[in-house]
Ligand binder design. Structure first.
Ligand code: NAD
Length: 487
């Protein structure tokens, strides 16, 4: 059994709470023990980060960057090992975890490159006897909480920005997949970050709740469910600190008749069946122009029907198991509910194969799903695609916007005007045209509506992790009238 530790103030600590077993969703064996912090250790971690905050904020951007570049190098050096830990922990296929860790290193480098380029502005005031400038300052201690589906990658959307902008951090991964994040703490130590700048704690929801309500925090960034996101927004409201929320989605992938259908079909499959649908940006609702509906559905079923299921550590595997038993049961319940409400299973009614107790759900395509039903409205977070025809661009837009979420949307068309027109109408933070689930460190990532607020990646992320200070200086040397507002 692999045993992990907490990393607080530059030191490894045993968790004071009862350790949590970590189950491999493919073998169903408990393979690791995750430490659980108690309230005292959460407090220690935040205090360590608070004690380190002033020194870190005064460190030059070049110095911060050099530590971050070093961390990126170490992530690349250990990418294979970290990918194997993550795949063992959450069942995501090795091809993807490996790729995600390399992408994570890219995010650290991007923000390292910005660390010595933070700047404010000088302002030209009405009163020319005043000199005025702004600076961006860090919030202090950031609490960074992530979901179980892509722990290292999700953290790389937060920690690099926090560090580059001069914040310190307390990192809390999900209790369902903490191993890779805790393993990464060793790389933070090796890179040489000063003690307290980055702290790693783990444990269940109570550890998360203790962290987000700590009075010494300056900002919270959370990736996870809408329900917990709401609680975190409440905690932020109590402390009056900013919160950035990356929540779920129910994104629409819209295929118009003029699209390159072969690409569109492959994009539809990538959108929902990659990562077994356990991705916030999953293109879970496929909307198809009625003129090409049958042809597209046939193509999707053909490709999805020969997805290679299997051991997520095997190179050839295209879809691994569902990460946790509760998630597996929730997906099954939603499929059964949809069928009971009249939906038809166009693909996925059979057994996923001979995988013993492994948590497999076969790639599933549902048709005749009522657009107000749970299967069409709720985030399933599994390999389940709902399909629906539309007869006009207006109807496609209305259907695409027909959930409370607003994370992403896909448009497949060769009509340039239509691409821009529909993109403008989609109520979501990210639109892909003739591609889906493509990521770039330079492009801002985040949602509208129930998908949250605040942006990660891109220079836009700097807004979330800094606050503005304005300094106004009277350079006239003249005495003032104390009873007159100086403008
Ligand atoms: P979750 O909300 O159950 O848990 C996320 C984290 O919050 C965990 O670390 C958990 O311990 C902690 N937590 C739970 N209760 C808490 C509380 N009361 N206070 C503070 N922390 C608490 O989410 P999950 O099941 O781990 O992840 C799945 C969800 O994450 C899906 O909805 C998915 O869409 C979303 N997600 C979003 C993105 C994105 O970037 N938009 C990316 C990946 C996943």
């Amino acid at each position: 059994l692999k045993r992990y530790k907490l990393f607080i103030d530059g030191e490894w600590r045993e968790g004071a709470g009862e350790p949590l077993p970590s189950e491999n969703p493919f073998s169903r064996e408990v393979w690791a023990e995750i430490p659980a912090a108690d309230a005292g250790q959460v407090d220690e971690a935040v205090r360590a980060a608070a004690a380190a905050a002033r020194g870190w904020a005064r460190t030059s951007g070049v110095e911060r960057a050099s530590l971050m570049f070093k961390l990126a190098e170490l992530l690349e050096r250990d990418a294979e090992e970290l990918a194997r830990i993550e795949t063992t922990d959450n069942g995501k296929i090795i091809r993807e975890t490996r790729n995600q860790i390399r992408f994570a290193a890219r995010n650290y480098r991007f923000f390292a490159g910005l660390a010595d380029k933070m700047h404010g502005e000088t302002k030209q005031l009405d009163n020319v006897a005043m000199f005025d400038y702004t600076v961006r300052e860090p919030h202090g201690v950031t609490a960074l909480l992530t979901a179980w589906n892509s722990p290292i990658s999700l953290l790389s959307n937060k920690l690099p920005t926090a560090l580059a902008t001069g914040n310190t951090a307390v990192v809390k991964p999900s209790e369902h997949a903490s191993a890779a994040t805790l393993a990464m703490a060793a790389l933070v130590a090796e890179a040489g970050f000063p003690p307290g700048v980055v702290n790693f704690i783990s444990g269940g929801p109570e550890v998360g709740a203790a962290l987000v309500s700590h009075p010494a925090l300056g900002m919270i960034s959370f990736t996870g469910s809408v329900e917990v996101g709401r609680r975190i927004a409440h905690a932020g409201a109590e402390s009056l600190i900013p919160v950035a929320l990356e929540l779920g989605g129910k994104s629409a992938n819209v295929i118009f008749a003029d699209a390159d259908l072969e690409n569109a079909i492959s994009g539809a499959v990538a959108g929902i069946f990659a990562a077994a649908g356990q991705t916030c940006v999953a293109g879970a609702r496929l909307l198809i122009d009625e003129k090409v509906h049958d042809q597209v559905v046939e193509g999707v079923i053909e490709r999805a029907g020969r997805i290679e299921l299997g051991d997520p550590l095997a190179e050839a595997t295209e879809m691994g198991p569902i990460a946790t038993l509760p998630q597996f049961e929730s997906i099954r319940r939603t499929i059964d509910g949809a069928v009971a409400a009249g939906a038809k299973i166009a693909l996925g009614s059979g057994s996923p194969g001979d995988f013993g107790d492994a948590l497999f759900i076969p790639p599933t395509v549902l048709t005749d799903v009522d657009s107000t039903s749970e299967a069409a409205q709720r985030e399933i977070f599994g390999p389940v695609l709902t399909v629906r025809p539309f007869s006009s661009e207006e109807e496609a837009i209305e259907l695409a916007n027909g959930t409370p979420f607003g994370l992403a949307g896909g448009i497949w068309t060769n009509d340039l005007s239509r691409a821009h027109r529909v993109s403008r109408e989609l109520e979501c933070g990210m639109v892909w045209v003739n591609t889906y689930r493509s990521s770039a460190t330079q492009a801002p990532f985040g949602g509208y509506g129930d998908s949250g607020y605040g942006r990660e990646r891109g220079t836009e992320a700097i807004e979330s992790y800094t606050r503005i200070k304005n300094t106004m200086i009277d350079i006239s040397g003249a005495a003032r009238d104390p009873f007159l507002l100086k403008t």
